[in-house]
Write a protein that binds this ligand. Structure first.
Ligand code: NDP
Length: 244
């Protein structure tokens, strides 16, 4: 059994580094043409060139008009968007008492509203073609909450409600919408942590290690493929068994 995405066009937001970059790389590996997206055009183009089989696009996904223009630009350059991965996300952590309105708005606009706008924009083409895959990257924090992350947890829980509604609205058109909720993933952020801190973190995880970006990308590639054609409206927690 092989994942074959030949002929498909995928748009992956926040794919200049971290999890998104690995997702872009995996989808190209399965034969898709991939749009790599970040805020800086030159950086997005450089990453796309490194990956190969991809093209770079600049967009601040917190700005609705930019998201619409991004989808239009990708469809003009690569063809109609078959696979949308809403991956870009930010944190602005603080305890509720100290959390500013701007921190709330920035996180909700970047993590949640952007996904709504992107889905609304790509859905027309997917409906016409009677085929589509939408995969939203949430977090275990959206399931269980976290001190100091009220805005982030709300945005990720919101993505789950959005995804289930989209799954119900678009199922009759063969457009599937699922969520991947990562736990602790090894990225630049965790690389900066002390060995002891990482060890303490790993002790809370039944599989005894942090996840890799490839652990997330594999699940996303599966969900984008024909092998997942009977799966919609689901949340896939990829966290080494931390939240059961
Ligand atoms: P990184 O911080 O490593 O990368 C974030 C990506 O998003 C970058 O490519 C960045 O591009 C892009 N981005 C950020 N803001 C914007 C914006 N306004 N417009 C367009 N692009 C933007 O994130 P991770 O790889 O760690 O996380 C990816 C997703 O996974 C996020 O949604 C995160 O919440 C989620 N997640 C991550 C976990 C982890 O342990 N790492 C755990 C659980 C969930 P650029 O800077 O080039 O603009």
């Amino acid at each position: 059994m092989k994942i074959d995405l030949t002929g498909k066009v995928a748009l992956v937001t926040g794919s200049t580094r971290g999890i998104g970059r690995e997702i872009a790389h995996a989808l190209v590996g399965c034969g898709a043409k991939v749009a790599v997206v970040g805020r800086d055009q030159a950086k997005a183009e450089a990453v796309a060139a490194e990956i190969g089989g991809a093209a770079g696009f600049a967009c601040d996904i917190g700005v609705p008009t930019e998201v619409v223009a991004l989808v239009e630009g990708v469809e003009k350059a690569l063809g109609s968007c078959d696979i949308l991965v809403n991956n870009a996300g930010i944190t602005r952590d603080n305890l509720m008492l100290r959390m500013k309105d701007e921190d709330w708005d920035a996180v909700l606009e970047t993590n949640l509203r952007s996904a709504f706008i992107a889905i609304r924009t790509v859905q027309r083409g997917m409906m016409k073609r009677r085929w589509g895959r939408i995969i939203n990257i949430a977090s275990v924090v959206g399931l269980i909450g976290n001190k100091g992350q009220a805005n982030y947890a709300a945005s990720k829980a919101g993505l789950i409600g959005l995804s289930k509604s989209v799954a119900k609205e678009l199922a009759s058109r063969n457009i599937l919408c699922n969520v991947v909720a990562p736990g602790f993933i090894k990225t630049d952020m965790t690389d900066a942590m002390s060995e002891e801190a990482v060890k303490a973190l790993a002790e809370q995880i039944p599989l005894g290690r942090l996840g890799s970006t490839a652990d997330i990308a594999g699940v996303v590639a599966f969900l984008a493929s024909e092998h997942a054609s009977y799966v919609t409206g689901q949340v896939f927690t990829v966290d080494g068994g931390m939240v059961m």
